[in-house]
Design a binder for this molecule. Structure first.
Ligand code: HEM
Length: 409
């Protein structure tokens, strides 16, 4: 474990996060019209965002599915409310001013690209569910990003990278939909098969420490994360890549596949199929990853295979996001191919569309329900931050594929 690297990696967020802002978020017992919230409001998070537009976040915290190995941690709902309060303050401090608000995590985009997801023909029944059906095909949008909370961080710095896929034309009632296109299914991944936090208590302390800006609080981060979590945090933050297309991504946390008694637990991953011969330039420009992607896609399409890893009868944990599910115990199996089209995506119009998009693991059919504590937390946190940044920017969520989607240079 290298404490210095952890602190240096987190310090950007802490410094920009600001010091001494009062938390103003609170539980409320009535909605914005004054009507009392339902009696089960202990499971309800209603968060006051009225400083921006008079709106309040109303989101039911998910139940645990014991059949699939989920269980609620003590204090989990309160921890999520505390986390929202911290991240709202941080967003407000980092991006003060109309039109400036960005995502709290993964704010730096290398670009949003259009693609087609083609699921394989003749998939065995145990690999199907929801949108994953033999021969099914979907138009898609993919956003590639850096994980760093500081969007100015140069691409050459070590970081965890993100790949968020949105499939269009996926009908059926969703677990959550942002205003706009309700027929979407999102799959969100990062360039790591494991995470570094697995308890509600530790993530609250972790984010509080980062946002306090106080060195003595940040020095305690390794104690909140533990040896394994700290080691994995460092490994995640040290990743250097030459081209976001030539990188492998994992869901990290599990989700459901299928419904009813046949439902099972899976993770998913996308792996490059095209050439992987990009090199980090000798004197890399701050945004060289965008350039690398643009060069590849100006020459032709790029393909990645989409795979799922079935938990099956293994003891692999649904709740604990720190240990990786070893492929020796649960192999990844290909279910389809994502073809990213040849295109010029690096335009101001596409970037604005991309900025106003929202990817959320709960933009999902019940057949792909996200699972585990981290997923349940993301149910309320992503909605809160996406709504907040849209309110701060007076922006609306785009609908459907971007205009002029495959414009070539
Ligand atoms: C407690 C755990 C986590 C918290 C609090 C968190 C928080 C957030 C927030 C607030 C956003 C921005 C949402 C928006 O404004 O639209 C975000 C985006 C993102 N998160 Fe997480 N996250 C967590 C765990 C994870 C995990 C386990 C993954 C692994 C797949 C992940 C991958 C991503 C990616 C790739 C994005 C960018 C999505 C896009 O391109 O719009 N996050 N996260």
């Amino acid at each position: 474990m290298n404490l210095k690297q952890i602190l240096f990696g987190f310090v950007g967020a802490a410094v920009i996060g600001g010091v001494g802002f009062q938390l103003y978020g609170q539980y409320v017992t009535t909605d914005h019209t004054g009507v009392p919230l339902p009696a089960d409001s202990a499971r309800q998070i209603a968060f006051d965002l009225s400083r921006y537009s008079g709106a309040r976040l109303k989101a039911a915290y998910p139940d645990a599915d014991a059949f699939l190995g989920e269980s609620l941690q003590p204090g989990e709902v309160d921890a999520s409310a505390a986390l929202i309060a911290t991240l709202v303050e941080k967003t407000r401090a980092d991006y003060y001013g109309p039109g400036k608000a960005r995502r709290d995590a993964h704010p730096k985009s290398h670009g949003c690209v259009t693609a087609t997801m083609q699921f394989d023909a003749d998939l065995p029944a145990q690999l199907t569910g929801g949108v994953i059906q033999s021969g099914a095909s979907y138009e898609a949008l993919v956003r590639f990003s850096n994980g760093s909370p500081n969007p100015m961080t140069p691409d050459v710095n070590g970081d965890t990278r993100g790949m968020a896929i949105k499939l269009f034309g996926a009908p059926g009632e969703k677990l959550f939909s942002a205003p706009g296109d309700e027929n979407v299914q999102d799959f969100i991944m990062i360039s790591s098969p494991f995470f570094f936090i697995n308890s509600a208590k530790s993530y609250t302390k972790f984010f509080e420490a980062i946002n306090s800006g106080k060195i003595w609080k940040m020095a305690a981060i390794p104690f909140y994360l533990g040896v394994k979590g700290s080691t994995q945090a460092v490994r995640m933050m040290r990743q250097k890549i030459a081209n976001p297309l030539e990188t492998r991504y994992w869901s990290v946390v599990p989700s459901q596949l299928g419904t009813g008694d046949a439902r099972q637990v899976i993770k998913f991953s996308a792996r490059p199929l095209g050439p992987r011969n990009s090199q980090i330039p000798a004197n890399p420009a701050p945004n060289f990853l965008r350039q690398a992607m643009a060069t590849t896609l100006s020459r032709g399409p790029y393909q990645m295979e989409f795979m799922i890893q079935r938990r099956g009868n293994t003891e692999l944990s649904v709740e604990d996001s720190i240990p990786e599910w070893p492929e020796t115990k649960a192999a990844f199996q290909r279910v389809g191919v994502l073809t990213i089209h040849q295109q010029n995506f690096s335009t101001p119009e596409r970037d604005m569309y991309c900025e106003n998009q929202s990817f959320n693991p709960w933009h999902s059919l019940p057949a792909h329900r996200p699972l585990g504590m981290i997923s349940r937390t993301r149910r309320v946190v992503y909605q809160a931050i996406a709504e907040l940044r849209h309110q701060m920017n007076s922006a609306s969520y785009p609908t459907g594929l971007p205009a002029n989607e495959n414009a070539l240079p």
